[in-house]
Design a protein around this ligand. Structure first.
Ligand code: SF4
Length: 308
């Protein structure tokens, strides 16, 4: 049996579910029970009746699944698969900001640690951030963390002035404007679609801005077009499967002179072999202290409720 077959057998034996993010390598997406963006993955994690969850994504995602499923084993193929955006918001410093603004509602993007979630009022993802911000009464001030680019984009969309945490994702900040415009000239008539974690000047060039799931939906509605895709390049696998006739071109990163695409090194730490090993040995497991979990689950549940 090859690894794919072995994983499929093992997950049946162990009553495990494999949840994978769009940014995972194609062979992991192929073996997963569900591939999605952060919101979809949180919803699947909340509703699964499997006994074990293997989370093919990064640490904060598996942690969110554990917060929602304290009695289940939640496994992450590589425990070192972190996130630069989550790391840009240390809990101690964030706590200081929150304590200094007791009248503010704290909306936190899901890309953060369990400790930061525990300090928040509502979690959001790029799919629902606008709706969540709009759910807060207009006269109530908001802290938005940790992604300043998503925060600026949502400020523009909602007209709400928010206190923004100064965090960012290294992948989405790496897109090169010069190379993007050069690529656009080489592909006249193409449409630029971008994830809102990208910087404002990149977003200003885009025909469509949205979450990974939103970008896939957009391409499905315009199947015969050519797209330059400004987000992590792993999304192209699912997108191309959904819309085989579309021409998909990854947006170029500043430092990238080889494959002209932008990949998240953290997401790519997970491999099919590591996925198999973690399912076989049931390690590494994600643990969250009960004290933090009890606080962190409240803003996640508020998000899930508001996203129905
Ligand atoms: S792409 Fe950016 S935000 Fe997503 S996991 Fe990687 S570092 Fe974090």
């Amino acid at each position: 049996m090859d690894l794919h077959q072995k994983i499929t057998e093992l997950k049946k034996q162990k009553n495990a579910v494999i949840l994978a993010h769009y940014y995972q390598v194609p062979e992991i997406q192929e073996v997963a029970d569900y591939v999605g963006d952060s919101l979809g993955l949180s919803q699947k994690a909340a509703e699964t009746d499997a006994e074990m969850i293997v989370f093919a994504g990064v640490h904060f995602m598996a942690e969110t699944a554990k917060i929602l499923n304290p009695d289940k084993k939640v496994l992450l193929p590589d425990l070192m698969a972190g996130c630069s955006l989550a790391d840009s918001c240390p809990p101690d410093a964030f706590s200081t900001l929150v304590e200094a603004h007791p009248d503010h509602v704290v909306i936190t993007y899901v890309n953060c640690s369990a400790e930061v979630k525990a300090l928040s009022d509502i979690i959001c993802t790029s799919s629902n951030a606008e709706k969540i911000v709009n759910s807060v009464p207009k006269d109530v001030p908001i802290i938005f963390a940790p992604d300043k680019n998503l925060g600026k984009y949502i400020q523009k969309k909602t007209g709400r002035k928010m206190l923004l945490w100064d965090g960012a994702c290294i992948v989405h900040e790496a897109f090169s404007m010069d190379k993007l415009l050069k690529l656009y000239k080489e592909h006249p008539g193409s449409k630029i679609i971008a994830h809102p974690e990208s910087e404002s000047h990149i977003l200003e060039t885009a025909t469509y801005i949205g979450s990974t799931a939103g970008m896939i939906d957009y391409v499905k509605k315009h199947p015969a077009e050519k797209f330059i895709v400004a987000t992590e390049a792993g999304i192209l696998h699912k997108m191309q499967q959904e819309v085989p006739q579309a021409v998909l071109i990854p947006a170029p990163a500043e430092e990238d002179n080889t494959c002209a695409c932008s990949e998240c090194a953290f997401m790519k730490m997970n491999t099919l072999q590591k996925l198999y090993d973690c399912l076989l040995h049931e390690t590494p497991q994600i643990e969250v202290s009960e004290e933090i979990r009890k606080k962190a689950i409240l803003p996640i549940e508020r998000m899930l409720e508001l996203s129905k």
